[in-house]
Design a protein around this ligand. Structure first.
Ligand code: ATP
Ligand code: MG
Length: 367
């Protein structure tokens, strides 16, 4: 009998005789049959900048720790958790789990813990028929599945402590990172979660973000306009990304002119009121059809948009939807978190919904 090359490593005697497979070969096969470790982290934010102190603090988390990243919408909590997850991947050979709990969504209700557990169990390779019906049973199975793993769990956009509690694996070798706009004091007091407030980017980090997107020469040549742009964006990474995308699309215009287009600050002292002017500035630059699609997204649960789904939703061809989604992503109004899959940040979706209440959308048949 002729065996394919390499079979000897599985204990097969290629000279024609037979011998029992070696134990380590059986182990190899057993390991090969194990489902692959889940890798659910979205891809890194393009041009991720700064946050060195926060990343070092996350590096120092002990096994079994629960980190709680808090801060207002668009400050960069998810981006930080995801960046650290990729950076620390080697520490978690049994996988990285990620679930968006939608605690602050204004279109779809927050995810029930039972549904989050179903998703986590499925990601760990538990067949659907083995996922129990009740919350407590799901939580118990999840703890058992996680007990011997070294895994990272990111619970993104948690709303309240009761939503998170059943999802804590209590596994000695796992680290859980929760992101939330609120303090979740209950989680700190009862579960010993370690809170860290994510601050706005430091001015130098914000300048670095713009430099990365616009090129160091353009930024170095207009330091005053850069400082102005950073102020107009309230050092909020979400707004800075939009401003950078807009300026990158007009490489010949002086930054000072572009900042002038954003309009005067409201002077009301609320940073989100001012960053809305940055949103409006990006929105005004869209083609009419992309603007209509953007307004429509304000009314849809836009966490995982593909060209096919968008085409169905908006009455477009897949080709048209592909082009429009790319335009919105170039403007920074959508992020492509995996190839061909887009999401719209909550703050931008709220803005889109406000626009939709006053103007027609694609779905209202005016494309
Ligand atoms: N450190 C960073 N460097 C570059 N861009 C960043 C950084 N942090 C965030 N961003 C940009 O800002 C956007 C908003 O960040 P992110 O989604 O992490 O905010 P968030 O705090 O999780 O908001 P929310 O509370 O609404 O979930 C990102 O999509 C990305 O474009
Ligand atoms: Mg987030």
């Amino acid at each position: 009998m002729v065996y394919p090359p390499g079979m000897e490593s599985f204990g097969v005697d290629v000279s024609g005789g037979y011998r029992l497979p070696r134990p380590e070969a059986l182990m190899t096969e057993f390991l090969l049959l194990k489902p692959a470790a889940p890798e659910q982290l979205p891809r890194d934010v393009r041009g991720f900048t700064g946050r060195s102190a926060e990343l070092v603090r996350l590096d120092a988390l002990a096994d079994g720790a629960i980190a709680l990243l808090t801060g207002p919408a668009g400050i960069g909590k998810t981006a930080l958790a995801v960046r650290w997850g990729h950076r620390a991947a080697e520490r978690f050979p049994d996988g990285q789990l990620f679930v968006n709990l939608r605690g602050f969504d204004h279109v779809v209700p927050p995810m029930e813990p039972a549904e989050a557990l179903r998703r986590l169990l499925t990601a760990l390779g538990v067949p659907t028929r083995r996922v129990p019906a009740g919350l407590d049973e799901r939580a118990a199975l999840y703890r058992a599945e996680m007990a011997d793993r070294r895994a990272l769990v990111v619970l993104d956009n948690a709303g309240v402590a009761t939503q998170v509690r059943p999802l804590l694996a209590a596994a000695r070798n796992c680290v859980t990172v929760v992101t939330c706009r609120n303090q979740l004091t209950g989680l700190i007091v009862r579960e010993g979660a370690q809170p860290a407030e994510v601050p706005p980017l430091a001015p130098a980090e914000a300048a670095q973000l713009l430099g990365h997107r616009l090129g160091p020469d353009r930024v170095a040549g207009e330091t005053l306009a850069v400082a102005d742009m950073i102020d107009r964006c309230a050092r909020l990474p979400l707004a800075l990304s939009l401003a950078a995308a807009r300026a990158a699309g007009r490489p010949r215009r002086p930054l000072a002119d572009l900042v002038g287009e954003i309009g005067a600050p409201t002077g009301c002292g609320h940073p989100h009121a001012d960053v809305r002017a940055v949103f409006a500035w990006s929105y005004r630059a869209l083609s009419a059809t992309a603007a209509r699609l953007f307004r429509m997204l304000g009314r849809h649960p836009a966490h995982d948009l593909t060209a096919t789904a968008t085409a169905g939703m908006a009455g477009l061809t897949v080709g048209q939807a592909t082009v429009l989604l790319a335009e919105l992503a170039r403007a920074g109004l959508l992020s492509e978190f995996a190839p061909g899959r887009y999401s719209c940040h909550d703050l931008l979706r709220t803005y889109a919904a406000e626009l939709a209440s006053t103007r027609p959308t694609l779905s209202s048949g005016t494309a």
